[in-house]
Design a binder for this molecule. Structure first.
Ligand SMILES: Cc1cc2nc3c(=O)[nH]c(=O)nc-3n(C[C@H](O)[C@H](O)[C@H](O)COP(=O)(O)OP(=O)(O)OC[C@H]3O[C@@H](n4cnc5c(N)ncnc54)[C@H](O)[C@@H]3O)c2cc1C
Ligand SMILES: NC(=O)c1ccc[n+]([C@@H]2O[C@H](COP(=O)([O-])OP(=O)(O)OC[C@H]3O[C@@H](n4cnc5c(N)ncnc54)[C@H](OP(=O)(O)O)[C@@H]3O)[C@@H](O)[C@H]2O)c1
Length: 416
């Protein structure tokens, strides 16, 4: 981003004036905002804590992962997926698409810069964003950089941090325990008895992967879950849901999806998978709980290769005790217990816009813009299509303000 930021060395830290928005996070949302700003001719800086773009996809997802929505719902603004990509691109294909995206729009994030705090300075009307730069000098010491600018775009994602629940006795368990964000493949688990905690898309897919590698997974389902087929009669269930929601009230669309799932899977309650009383779309909209789109785990549950077990009471050495009193011998535990936003950790004084869980308070489609030049991309619980829609709106808004402020009379003057 030559020319965007002017550096001024100070005694204790570096201070950088950003002539344009400061975007925090170089995942799909941050990249999409960058691409749209590039088209508007607005300069920007992207700060990324990892050493690469899309670190969630590159470093914290498993090998067999594919997009579970059809590609037309996952592409970012202004660049469709290559035609030769399958309907559900693989993780590798998605990463290569994002790399071409960054290249095409000349997006060069500042890597290894973890934002620790961002606050709005009312006196100057500017955002002050502090990032720690890992191993920045010749002695590999960390340094602190303060970025100052007129606009701030939070694009750190709904899945920025792993959720690790407190489970009684886990420290006594003695076997290998990891969160699913560190799981790559079932290869390391051949022949092992693995307890998979959680039955979201991650828990289901990892259990399936473990089966495919001759491990014996037991999947903890502590409550209820909606499982839908990924496709019905060759059409993606997501596409069908979008279509239904266009023409029908939510409750009816939900009813149709549940009936369809019943026709495809039969009664899954018999398998230990109780359906929530609220429909899958309503649950997603109100609580952000994503339905599971099945890619084969259900068949393995039916055949007994994946065992469904109830909630955990406690761990003891080499075993887990379940709430129904069963005692299971377990070699390893994989926590597929979800993720959370980290915005409350670094964005100061913005509880007018973000709630305690780190998501914007205003529901979709109004959660992308706050006050004082604050924006949020990718927090709509609508996956990549929500991120793409946010990016277009944010860039249009900033582009308009940028043009107004660039008029000679209103031009911002940065004093030395
Ligand atoms: C396993 C898995 C599979 C998924 N599959 C799909 C799918 O098929 N379709 C779909 O639509 N959605 C899917 N999602 C949801 C997915 O997270 C998003 O759609 C997409 O990655 C969101 O992009 P994002 O840029 O908002 O967040 P992220 O991809 O999480 O990117 C945020 C970036 O911000 C960086 N960051 C975080 N905190 C800081 C900080 N303090 N300072 C600097 N940088 C920071 C992170 O390192 C990261 O690179 C999936 C999620 C998971 C976990
Ligand atoms: N192929 C794909 O594209 C793909 C693959 C994986 C994930 N994803 C996406 O990634 C996001 C995260 O999915 P995820 O599956 O990792 O997380 P998730 O949807 O938040 O699911 C977390 C699971 O952990 C359970 N859980 C949490 N704490 C628990 C505890 N103490 N004991 C027992 N169970 C516990 C939850 O149960 P409760 O419901 O009872 O709380 C839930 O089943 C979602 O948007 C998902 O769609 C997509």
């Amino acid at each position: 981003m030559a020319g965007v930021a002017d550096r001024a060395e100070s005694l204790s830290r570096l201070c950088v004036w950003v002539n344009g928005p400061i975007i925090v996070g170089a995942g799909p949302s941050g990249l999409a905002v960058g691409a749209c700003l590039r088209e508007q001719g607005v300069p920007f800086v992207i700060l990324e804590r990892a050493d690469c773009i899309a670190s969630l996809w590159q470093k914290r997802t498993y090998d067999r992962l594919r997009l579970h929505l059809p590609k037309q719902f996952c592409q970012l603004p202004k660049l469709p997926f290559p035609e030769e990509f399958p309907e559900f691109p693989t993780r590798k294909q998605f990463i290569s698409y994002l790399e071409s995206y960054a290249k095409q729009f000349e997006i060069s994030p500042r890597f290894n810069q973890s934002v620790q705090s961002a606050k709005y300075d009312e006196t100057s009307g500017l955002w002050r964003v502090t990032a720690v730069v890992a191993g920045d000098d010749s002695r590999n010491r960390s340094a602190e950089v303060e970025y100052i600018g007129r606009w701030l775009v939070a694009a750190t994602g709904e899945n920025a941090e792993k959720v690790v629940p407190e489970l009684e006795g886990l420290e006594e368990f003695g076997g290998d325990v990891k969160h699913v964000c560190d799981y790559k493949s079932g290869e390391a688990y051949r022949g092992k008895r693995v307890l998979v905690v959680g039955c979201g898309n991650s828990g289901m897919e990892v259990s399936l992967d473990l089966c495919d590698h001759d491990a014996s997974p037991s999947m903890v389902v502590r409550d209820s879950v909606h499982v839908l087929p990924r496709e019905v009669l060759g059409k993606s269930t997501f596409e069908l849901a979008v279509l239904l929601m266009k023409w029908l009230p939510l409750w009816l669309a939900d009813r149709i999806l549940v009936v369809l799932a019943w026709l495809v899977f039969g009664n899954v309650e018999k398998l230990g998978l109780k359906r929530p009383s609220t429909g899958p779309l309503e649950l997603k909209n109100t609580q952000g709980r994503t339905p599971v789109l099945d890619i084969g785990a259900l068949g393995k549950i039916r055949s007994g290769e994946i065992k469904v077990v109830p909630g955990i009471k406690r761990f003891i050495q080499g075993k887990v005790e379940l709430v129904d009193g069963q005692l299971l011998d377990v070699d390893s535990v994989i926590l597929a217990t979800g993720y959370r936003s980290n915005v409350p950790r670094w964005l100061r004084g913005s509880d007018f816009f973000f709630s305690k869980d780190g998501l914007p308070k205003s529901p979709f489609p109004n959660g992308w813009k706050g006050s004082y030049g604050l924006y949020a991309a990718g927090f709509t619980r609508r996956g990549l299509s929500g991120a793409a829609a946010d990016a277009v709106r944010i860039a249009d808004d900033i582009g308009r303000l940028w043009k107004e402020e660039s008029e000679p009379a209103k031009k911002l003057i940065c004093l030395p």
